[in-house]
Design a protein around this ligand. Structure first.
Ligand code: AMP
Length: 282
């Protein structure tokens, strides 16, 4: 596995592969890697000739500076984990490499409702930061396919929109959410959960599952209220729990049989913010 820190070296290597018509699968991450990230790497390896992975904790996507300061960094372990997988190149840029003119006064993107609902609403500026970093990474790597996790469902739709806006030919592949045995979606932030809270956090998946299973049987508002009540009874703060159209992410007020639907939620448990989502089976 090549480890590269500069754009110049990255592009020299990528050109050599592209000249030989190799397909490139790209897995961008912020490190603190777990099985969820590795599942993306494996999906990329099964599909593409070359796998490029990046680790970069992007300062522009943190709306909360303490969250950025506390974001777990486990780079040595990450490199070891990736070296055990079929990763050809690990890109480790410095902030100045991706943002040579600094991180202020950057471009913005018209993300429509994706920027104003759920993660867009509760984390102002977050998706602009995601787009700013993804634009820079995608234009440097120019992958054939980009592998991202359903765990961050709204982010996947944002990046899909970014790819359209900047006119790239990259295809986005959304990979299933990898969960712990109890159903908790794997996340780098889980490392910060105290052991008791980790068990409690499993309620998020359970409630999303109950909500999705209540489709067409229980009125949506009633099913949502039950989910909120049972999470709050465990001392969990619910930021949002919503039903949305899975393609547009337009919020829905009733179950709808003529489209794919998704339930999404964000909670705080022991001061840690967790998100999860499930597609509603038809
Ligand atoms: P992050 O390092 O949190 O920015 O995540 C990097 C990529 O890994 C994103 O595409 C995430 O959606 C994906 N990812 C994170 N957690 C999981 C998970 N539990 N299952 C599948 N993909 C995940």
């Amino acid at each position: 596995m090549l480890i590269i820190k500069t754009t110049e070296a990255l592009q020299r290597q990528l050109h050599a592969w592209q000249k030989n018509a190799k397909t490139i699968g790209f897995v961008p991450t912020m490190g603190a890697l777990h099985e969820g990230h590795l599942s993306l790497v494996r999906a990329a390896a099964a599909d593409s000739d070359i796998v490029v992975c990046s680790i970069f904790v992007n300062p522009t996507q943190f709306n909360d500076p303490t969250d950025y300061a506390k974001y777990p960094v486990t780079i040595e372990n990450d490199i070891r984990l990736l070296a055990e997988e079929e990763v050809d190149l690990l890109y480790l840029p410095a902030v100045s490499e991706l943002y040579p003119s600094g991180t202020h006064d950057l471009e913005t993107y018209d993300l429509g409702n994706l920027n104003s609902e759920m993660e867009g609403r509760f984390r102002p500026g977050h998706f602009q930061g995601v787009c700013q970093v993804m634009k820079r990474l995608l234009e440097k790597v120019h992958p054939t396919k980009l592998f991202m996790g359903q765990k961050d469902y709204q982010q996947c739709l944002v990046v899909q929109r970014l790819i359209q806006i900047i006119g790239l030919s990259t295809a986005l592949v959304i990979c299933p959410t990898v969960r712990e045995n109890g159903g908790l979606a794997m996340s780098s932030r889980n490392m910060r959960l105290p052991p008791d809270s980790r068990k409690e956090a499993e309620a998020l998946y359970r409630e999303l599952k109950s909500l999705a299973e209540a489709a067409f049987k229980t009125p949506l508002e009633e099913a949502k209220a039950q989910a909120v009540a049972s999470l709050e009874a465990k001392g969990i703060t619910v930021e949002y729990i919503q039903l949305a159209d899975a393609t547009s992410l337009q919020l829905l007020q009733t179950w709808s049989s003529d489209r794919q639907m998704v339930v999404l939620a964000a909670i705080f448990i022991a001061g840690i913010r967790l998100i999860d989502n499930l597609l509603v089976e038809r």
